[in-house]
Design a protein. Sequence first.
Length: 98
Amino acid sequence: MQVTIVNVHVKADHVKDFIEASRLNHEASIQEPGNRRFDILQLADDPCRFVLYEAYASHEDAATHKNTAHYLTWRETVADWMASPREGIPYNALFPVS
């Protein structure tokens, strides 16, 4: 399983917009055949910071996600709302075994 943890810092005046755009991306992403999880987390003590936890059955499924219309729309929509560039860190999931 391929997991990517994406750290996001959003400008304060776009937090609600970011949440809505990310909800739409989440709802479409969990419908992808290779998707195992797609969590959007907001830091409890800093509402401008988020973590996206994206788990796919394979590296290929994760790469396919990056070419979906919903991801490309999300990426374009939120680009100007970032306080700093988002950082995606790929991991190989060991457990649970998929």
